[in-house]
Design a protein around this ligand. Structure first.
Ligand SMILES: NC(=O)c1ccc[n+]([C@@H]2O[C@H](COP(=O)([O-])OP(=O)(O)OC[C@H]3O[C@@H](n4cnc5c(N)ncnc54)[C@H](OP(=O)(O)O)[C@@H]3O)[C@@H](O)[C@H]2O)c1
Length: 262
């Protein structure tokens, strides 16, 4: 009877994980959102779902007391962390081009708090439950924007705060793996692909993503381009299923390839 806790489930990949996992009645799914009132699609999905195996829990990743408050509910599971922040405000600036030192510092600290420290607080809160669980797997959804090698190879100089905070969570994942290897708990940072999660029509979404895809193809001709939430979720879940303790701490693509590549 696997149990899954998924963060960032109001929309995008987090919601995609909840939908796919809850389709199997043997699973119990805990969908974590930071505000139930702004998670209308999730609420509707849970109300309409036939298996009644999904439970919504409200907690902000940055609010450690809030996370601890509902932890006694659980018995054992896999954690998949989909929450993150990739705000577009100032995202196109390079590291030397911020309007002031204060805005640079504000951005870096904001991203670090949400994308690095948030998952660390969440994982720390979940460790006692991971210990008791049968699966003992914790998956952090990361991104190739957090890869130093990819940044250098592709000349991607923007997404500064996002990339640095994700590189931080990749290393945190490796630290967890080192700490808990002898207890058999697997930690994995997974890049989900370029996934069409942003709001808008197909045309609007492609208009944003295709130029980035073109730039990546200039360096990596095999780059697949934008994919659907369903495809990404299915591939990540297949990876979670087959990952073993020998791979714990790695940063990988959803097909298991080295994440420090495209
Ligand atoms: N989409 C892609 O192409 C892509 C590519 C590479 C990596 N990723 C990674 O995949 C993950 C999910 O991305 P996405 O595209 O699905 O994002 P998304 O659609 O923007 O959804 C982000 C989710 O994170 C939640 N969240 C933000 N800050 C939070 C906090 N402090 N505490 C709790 N929840 C918080 C949001 O909740 P609210 O509704 O409350 O804001 C939302 O549910 C992220 O880690 C992202 O870095 C995505």
């Amino acid at each position: 009877m696997p149990s899954y806790a998924v963060t960032g489930t109001s929309r995008g990949l987090g919601l995609g994980f909840v939908k796919t996992l809850s389709a199997d009645p043997r699973n119990t799914v805990f969908a974590i959102v930071r505000s139930v009132t702004s998670a209308g699609e999730l609420q509707k999905f849970v109300e309409d779902s036939i298996h009644k195996n999904t439970h919504i829990i409200e907690a902000d990743n940055n609010d450690i007391q809030g996370i601890k408050a509902w932890l006694t509910l659980f018995i054992g599971f896999t954690v998949s962390d989909g929450a993150s922040l990739m705000a577009y405000e100032r995202a196109s600036l390079t590291i030397d081009a911020f309007p002031s030192e204060e805005t640079l510092e504000e951005d870096l600290l904001h991203y670090f708090k949400t994308n690095t420290l948030g998952p660390i607080h969440t994982i720390n809160a979940f460790v006692p439950l991971l210990r008791k669980g049968d699966l003992k797997k914790c998956i952090v959804i990361s991104t190739t924007a957090g890869s130093p090698r990819v940044a250098a190879e592709t000349s991607f100089a923007h997404f500064v705060g996002y990339g640095i905070s994700k590189a931080g969570v990749n290393l945190a994942t490796a630290k967890y793996a080192a700490r808990f290897k002898d207890e058999g708990i697997i930690f994995l940072a997974v890049t989900p692909g370029m996934v069409k999660t942003m709001p808008g029509t197909e045309e609007e979404v492609n208009k944003v993503l295709e130029p980035i895809a073109q730039k990546l193809r200039a360096r990596y001709p095999h780059f697949e381009g934008p994919i659907t939430v369903e495809q990404s979720v299915n591939d990540v879940l297949a990876l979670i299923d087959r990952v073993t303790i020998s791979e714990s701490g790695s940063f990988v693509h959803r097909d298991g390839r080295d994440g420090d590549s495209v």
